[in-house]
Design a protein around this ligand. Structure first.
Ligand SMILES: [Zn+2]
Length: 541
C-alpha cells in the first residue's frame, strides 16, 4: 500500500529539507515519490509540521530501579500532570508506550541496565507498546572490570569483556555510573572524584572511564561511552564536569544529564549556575556530546545506580521515603523528590538546564532529556520544547521564581529561541546518529516510516503533547493525541565481535565466584519484543 502525507511543512535536517512537500510511505518504509500512479491513501497535512519520529536517548523506563521506584511510591501513579490528565510518575509499561507515542516519540533508550538484571529489564521493555526500545549496559563498578584494571590485563581483555557483556545483556551501548564510586561506597566512602581510587582495587575513576572509553572506541560501537560523572548534584561540581570533558582527549564521550553538574559555589547561598562555563567547555570539545537532564517543577522520584549520591541525598526525600539496595556492582537508590519553583536550589537547577540548552551552540551535540524521572517525568517534555522555542514564555516563568535564584544564573539575558530545524536535529537526526541507527531520525527513502505530524498552535506545549498524527512503521498509531492502534515495536541491540576465549574465562569466573554459569544472565533472542500486536480501543490518554 502506498500512503502519501500531502502538502505539510517537512522538517528533515538530515537531508536539508525545511519546507512544504510530500512524504511517501510503502510497506512500513519511507519511499521516494513515485514517478507515476497515485496513493492508495492520502493524509492532507497542509499547514502542519512533518518530522521523523522523535528519539529519546536517556529515559529510565524499565528495569530493576524502576520496579523499586514503583514499589516505593505507588501513589505517584495517581499524581496528575498539571493541565493534563496524565500521571506524572511510575507508569505502567503500557502507559509509557502510549504517552511517548502521543508526543510523537517512536524510539526510547533505557540508559541503565545492570548485566545481572538485563533479563527482567528486557521483559519489561518488550511489554511497552508502540515504541522501539534499546538499553545501555552498565559497567565500571563491577568486580570483573575493576579486576581487569587491577591485574593490568590490557586493552584486548577489556574489549572482549565489553563485547561479551553487551551480547549477554543485549545492550545497544555502554554506560558507566559514578565510575568506581558505587564500589567505593561499599567501603563507606562518601565523596568520590575523578582521581580518587577504589579501595582494594587501587584504580582511579579516571582510569575506569578511560579504559571503557577506549574499549568502546576499539570495538567500533556507534554510541560513545555514556558517562554519569562523579559528584552529581554537589555545589562546585562544575570542576568535575570540566575535568571529565578534558579527559575525553579528543575521543568520543557522552556525558549524561549535565544539568546536574552545572553548579558553582557563587552567591550568598554558596550555590549558583555554572552552566555558561560548562556550555563553553562543551562547545570547545568537539568529540563530546551531552544530554541536559532538565528539571521541571513538581513531584517525582529520583532513581539511580549512583548509590553513593542517592544515599547522600536521602535527607532531602519528599515525601520521606528512600531506598538503597546493594548488589553486584552498582546496586540502586530511589529517593522521592518534589521540585518546587519557590525553592532557591530547584529554581537555579531549572534555569541552569535551560542555559545549557541555549548556550550550547551545536544542536547535533546537545540532547533533549529530563533524565526521566529524575529531573522531571517525560510528560513534561512539551513544556520544555515550548520554553526553548519562546523567550517570552521563559520570561513569564522566570518572573515567578525567587529573585535571588535568578540572580545567580544568566537565563534572563539569553534571547535565543530554538527553530523547528534545531528541535528536529536535537530530537531526531542527532540521536539517530549518536546511536548508530541509520534507519531512523530522518525522512529519506529507506528509513522506517516513523513520522510525527504536529498542528501548529499558539500553545506549543499543547501542540507537542498531542501530535496530530503519528505513524509507527507506516501504521497510524496516534490521531489528535489519541492512541488509535497499539502495535509492538522492536528492541535495538549491537553485537560486536569478540575473541571466543572470553566465553571460557567468563564461565570460569562465574563458576568460581557464584557457583553458577553465566546462562542465568544471558538474555535470549526470543525475549526481545516484537511481542504481539492487538487492536487497541481508541481512547484518550
Ligand atoms: Zn539517568
Amino acid at each position: 500500500m502506498l500512503t502519501r502525507l500531502a502538502g505539510g511543512h517537512v522538517v528533515d535536517p538530515a537531508h536539508g529539507r525545511d519546507g512544504v512537500g510530500d512524504v511517501w510511505i510503502s510497506d512500513g518504509r519511507i519511499v521516494a515519490a513515485p514517478q507515476a500512479g497515485k496513493a492508495d491513501e492520502t493524509h492532507d497535512v497542509a499547514g502542519k509540521m512533518v518530522l521523523a519520529g522523535a528519539i529519546d536517548i536517556h529515559s529510565h523506563i524499565a528495569g530493576h530501579n524502576e520496579t523499586m521506584g514503583r514499589l516505593l511510591l505507588p501513589e505517584l501513579r495517581q499524581v496528575e500532570h498539571p493541565g493534563h490528565g496524565t500521571p506524572r510518575g511510575a507508569w505502567t509499561t503500557r502507559e509509557t508506550g502510549r504517552l511517548y507515542a502521543a508526543m510523537g516519540f517512536t524510539t526510547v533508550i533505557e540508559p541503565a541496565v545492570a548485566p545481572h538484571h538485563a533479563l527482567q529489564a528486557h521483559l519489561e521493555l518488550a511489554d511497552i507498546p508502540i515504541i522501539d526500545k534499546g538499553a545501555l549496559t552498565v559497567l565500571g563498578n563491577d568486580d570483573f572490570t575493576l579486576g581487569l584494571l587491577r591485574g593490568k590485563d590490557g586493552a584486548q581483555a577489556m574489549q572482549d569483556y565489553i563485547a561479551w557483556t553487551l551480547a549477554t545483556s543485549r545492550g545497544l551501548g555502554v554506560k558507566v555510573v559514578n565510575a568506581g564510586g558505587a564500589e567505593a561506597f561499599k567501603e563507606n566512602v562518601r565523596t568520590f572524584s575523578l582521581d580518587d581510587e577504589v579501595p582494594d582495587y587501587g584504580v582511579s575513576s579516571r582510569a575506569i572511564v578511560k579504559a571503557l572509553q577506549h574499549g568502546v572506541v576499539a570495538l567500533g560501537l556507534p554510541h560513545p561511552l555514556h558517562v554519569h560523572c562523579n559528584n552529581l548534584g554537589v555545589a562546585g561540581n562544575i570542576d568535575t564536569a570540566v575535568a571529565t570533558i578534558a579527559a575525553a582527549e579528543g575521543l568520543p564521550l557522552h556525558l549524561a544529564h549535565i544539568q546536574f553538574y552545572a553548579y558553582g559555589k557563587e552567591g550568598p547561598r554558596g550555590f549558583s549556575s555554572a552552566a555558561p562555563r560548562l556550555a563553553e567547555a562543551v562547545n570547545a570539545a568537539k568529540s563530546v556530546t551531552v544530554d541536559v537532564g532538565q528539571v521541571m517543577f513538581g513531584q517525582t522520584v529520583t532513581i539511580s545506580s549512583d548509590v553513593l549520591r542517592q544515599f547522600n541525598a536521602r535527607n532531602s526525600a519528599k515525601p520521606k521515603k528512600w531506598l538503597i539496595d546493594d548488589g553486584d556492582a552498582n546496586g540502586g537508590g530511589i529517593v522521592a523528590y518534589d521540585y518546587s519553583a519557590s525553592n532557591f536550589f530547584n529554581a537555579v537547577q531549572w534555569a541552569a538546564g535551560l542555559e545549557l540548552f541555549l548556550l550550547i551552540t551545536d544542536p547535533w551535540r546537545v540532547f533533549f532529556t529530563t533524565d526521566h524521572p529524575n529531573g522531571a517525568p517525560f510528560t513534561a517534555y512539551p513544556d520544555i520544547f515550548a520554553l526553548l522555542m519562546d523567550r517570552n514564555l521563559r520570561a513569564e516563568w522566570l518572573s515567578r521564581l525567587p529573585t535571588e535564584a535568578v540572580a545567580v544564573t544568566t537565563l534572563p539575558s539569553i534571547a535565543r529561541e530554538y527553530s523547528w530545524s534545531e528541535i528536529a536535529t536535537m530530537t531526531r537526526a542527532a540521536p539517530a546518529r549518536l546511536l548508530g541507527l541509520k534507519d531512523r531520525g530522518h525522512l529519506g527513502a529507506g528509513a522506517v516510516a516513523d513520522i510525527a505530524v504536529y498542528a501548529p498552535n499558539r500553545d506549543k506545549a499543547t501542540m507537542f503533547r498531542n501530535a496530530a498524527l503519528v505513524f509507527k512503521d507506516g501504521a497510524l498509531v496516534v490521531r489528535d493525541g489519541a492512541i488509535v492502534s497499539e502495535p509492538y515495536g522492536r528492541t535495538l541491540t549491537v553485537t560486536p565481535a569478540r575473541d571466543k576465549a572470553i566465553e571460557r574465562r567468563m564461565r570460569d569466573y562465574y563458576q568460581e565466584r557464584y557457583g553458577l554459569t553465566p546462562d542465568f544472565m544471558t538474555v535470549a533472542e526470543r525475549v526481545l519484543g516484537s511481542r504481539y500486536a492487538f487492536e487497541a480501543v481508541p481512547c484518550r490518554n
